[in-house]
Design a binder for this molecule. Structure first.
Ligand code: PMP
Length: 330
């Protein structure tokens, strides 16, 4: 029978899909690495699996142990799936600004969720940081993966995402573009692609305007999962040849176009990375092969990016609306 014994066997080996419409008028090939094909719906399944398996090997996580991590998003889903498959308890600590749907997803996978107030200082005993540290210290058999300092985060991409892209493009990739959050994706994938190509593949980070990676101070932005106000250990700045800053507006309008024009219903950081990839395509050689990594699917963003009122409230919709009106008249 052609069956998988575990959902874990389905992590990775995501497809590369050619972008055909957004690239109109551009000669280079632009290929999307579509990470929502992972079982938990995002690129983070890769790091969850490797962080857990390494902790099992080192003895940091023992049978019957508990995974404790401050996360509300994709990493939580990845960890919850791996924990459920392997029989660990999962406790996630989330700030109270996280929407009810995201908490419901984590609970649906069997995780326990502790919600903390965002209005208290980081050193307050009820803060997100204090509570996750305390739980990691006091729960029996607790282990905290800490995706911002865990070397298995970039390592997972060095051993999976990078080799997959190299094989899928038969070594023809010339540029790799990805958003930077923890930096694990770009650091691990980029390092592998540089090594295997003898430095020929150009690595380009995409960053929200205002974030530190593109020279900002950590000024707020709305795109989720990317950008930082601190420099995490999981990011190696030496890997990136260039970091392109993209505005929230451009990121979200491109996210909507990805769904409409390429049938890729994906998240806001995918729009951000695609804007950067298309900017690269504008000046690259005609025979360039540009791979852009799309971290997650778009269903988690229906009430924001794909909601006209939300977009209009932030002043993001005007250009697109004008375009639609002109199209209707023609
Ligand atoms: N986009 C989304 C939606 C994410 O959840 C993440 C992970 N924080 C990223 C992009 C960035 O990936 P990385 O942490 O590997 O830099």
């Amino acid at each position: 029978m052609r069956v998988y014994d575990s959902l874990i066997d389905l992590v990775g080996n995501t497809p590369l899909v050619r972008m055909r419409r957004l690239t109109a008028g551009l000669a280079p090939t632009v290929l999307a690495k579509v990470e929502y094909f992972n079982p938990g719906g995002s690129v983070k399944d890769r790091i969850a699996l490797r962080m857990v398996e390494d902790a099992e090997k080192s003895g940091a996580l023992r049978p019957g142990g508990t995974i404790v991590e401050p996360t509300s998003g994709n990493t939580g889903v990845g960890l919850a799936i791996v924990a459920a498959e392997k029989g660990y308890r999962c406790v996630f600590v989330c700030p109270d600004k996280v929407g009810p749907d995201k908490l419901a997803v984590l609970r649906a996978y069997g995780a326990e969720v502790v919600v903390c107030p965002t209005t208290v200082a980081p050193d307050h005993p009820d803060s997100y940081y204090s509570v996750s540290d305390r739980l990691a210290r006091t729960l029996p058999g607790a282990w905290k993966p800490d995706q911002y300092s865990n070397a298995n985060n970039p390592e997972s991409h060095y051993h999976s995402t990078g080799p997959e892209i190299w094989e899928q493009t038969e070594g023809r990739i010339t540029h790799f573009v990805a958003g930077i959050g923890t930096g694990g994706t770009i650091t691990g994938t980029g390092r592998y692609l540089k090594e295997v190509s003898g430095g020929a593949v150009r690595i380009i980070g995409a960053d929200p305007e205002g974030s530190v990676y593109s020279g900002g101070t950590g000024r707020p932005y709305l795109v989720e999962g990317v950008g930082e106000d601190i420099w995490p250990q999981t990011y190696d700045p030496a890997i990136c040849d260039e970091v392109i800053a993209v505005s929230d507006k451009d990121s979200f309008l491109m996210t909507r176009r990805l769904a409409k024009e390429e049938s890729l219903l994906v998240g806001g950081s995918c729009g951000l990375a695609t804007v950067a990839a298309l900017r690269v395509a504008e000046t690259a050689d005609p025979d360039a092969v540009i791979v852009v990594l799309l971290p997650d699917g778009g269903r988690g963003y229906l009430t924001k990016i794909f909601n006209d009122e939300w977009m209009a409230d932030y002043g993001f919709l005007s250009a697109e609306t004008e375009e639609a009106t002109a199209g209707d008249v023609l």
